[in-house]
Design a protein around this ligand. Structure first.
Ligand SMILES: NC(=O)C1=CN([C@@H]2O[C@H](COP(=O)(O)OP(=O)(O)OC[C@H]3O[C@@H](n4cnc5c(N)ncnc54)[C@H](O)[C@@H]3O)[C@@H](O)[C@H]2O)C=CC1
Ligand SMILES: O=C(CO)COP(=O)(O)O
Length: 314
């Protein structure tokens, strides 16, 4: 593939006009690409824009991915169309990741995952950020890298799509826990311990999906943990922070701007841990807190009083 072809303006359809879809649409437009931003509430004909789409990027919340993927499948598409998924969630029915859903619906197309420490409000203000585009098809990942890269948005490629996707998805549960930690004013040592043990838990879960452990030390794992576990801009962090201040989940979600995927992800992870017998103590306490089975203080005590053990299993 020549650079000329890569640098040509692309026709891009972005599915989901929420905070992240709209921000990604602007990044691609600023790089000279033709972007159609579709949402189920809008008037744009999906059938018309899909006809010429070279890239279809989904920034739909997890709960809508399956329906939107089957809607897209009902319309004609070029066999060359690349799918990009930017959703950070897990399917409650099947425990699949969004990229697995897109790949199952479109087995002959390239699927690229886009994930990283990307709080959309900061990117919308043109603050610098970096992300990762990951695919089994390196050429497709490079095309997507070219589409979004700019002096304000640095895009890396990676060959482990499921690892990159899970890094972004699993850290949402840890961001809820980090919000609780800050809401209870537990201090910097506690936060460092939580995030570090959270990363160990993420890697344990990632292995069961076949992800490479080293992927989680990159931008989409450690990077996104650092961003969302330390920022009040994160909706997941906000859920935890407000739970610690005594609000109920229903009250919090009623005023939260947009989607906090960690709530659903936590429930799906409990299913996975039962099926695969994986130890996920932090996720389990977040789950029990969301289900009002424990108070934030009790969740903390449960974690601190677990059996003592070596840091790593050999
Ligand atoms: N906002 C952010 O900073 C970032 C968000 N993400 C991820 O991107 C995804 C979307 O996040 P946001 O844009 O922030 O959420 P949002 O709540 O602002 O937007 C969600 C979008 O999904 C659409 N949607 C929801 N359910 C649907 C359904 N059943 N059918 C069709 N469309 C449906 C909504 O209409 C909306 O366009 C989430 O998985 C989130 O974790 C990833 C990186 C950054
Ligand atoms: O994924 C994000 C940043 O990388 C956005 O985090 P929240 O969904 O918690 O706002």
């Amino acid at each position: 593939m020549t650079n000329d072809k890569i640098e040509k303006s692309k026709s891009i359809v972005i599915l989901g006009a929420g905070a992240w879809g709209a921000t990604l649409a602007n990044l691609a437009r600023e790089n000279g690409h033709q972007v159609h931003l579709w949402s189920r509430q809008g008037t744009l004909s999906l059938e018309t824009v899909l006809k010429d789409a070279e890239i279809v990027l989904s920034a739909i919340s997890m709960k809508g991915v399956r329906d939107v993927a089957s809607l897209v499948k009902s319309f004609p598409l070029s066999p060359e169309t690349i799918f990009v998924t930017a959703t950070k969630g897990l399917d409650p029915q099947t425990t699949s990741t969004p990229s697995q859903i897109w790949q199952t619906e479109f087995p002959d197309h390239s699927v690229v995952v886009l994930s990283g420490p990307n709080l959309s409000e900061e990117i919308a203000q043109s603050l610098p950020a970096a992300t990762v585009v990951a695919s089994k098809n390196t050429a497709a990942a490079k095309i997507v890298q070219q589409v979004f890269s700019s002096s304000r948005f640095r895009v890396y490629t990676n060959p482990d799509p499921v690892g990159v996707e899970l890094g972004g998805t699993l850290k949402n549960v840890m961001a809820i826990a980090a919000g609780v930690c800050d809401g209870l004013h537990l201090g910097t040592n506690a936060k460092a311990a939580l995030v570090t043990r959270g990363l160990a838990e993420i890697i344990r879960i990632g292995r069961t999906f076949g992800a490479k452990p080293e992927t989680f030390y990159g931008l989409s794992g450690l990077g996104d943990l650092l961003a969302t576990c330390n920022s009040p801009l994160s909706r997941n962090y906000q859920v935890g922070y407000q739970l610690a201040s005594g609000k109920t989940l229903t009250e919090i979600l009623a005023t939260l701007p947009g989607t906090a995927e960690g709530v659903n992800t936590c429930r799906v992870l409990m299913q996975i841990s039962e099926q695969q017998n994986i130890t996920i103590p932090i996720t389990e306490q977040v789950y029990r807190l969301l289900e009002t089975e424990v108070t934030p203080q009790q969740a903390l005590d449960e974690l601190m009083l677990r059996d003592i053990k070596p840091e790593y299993h050999q």
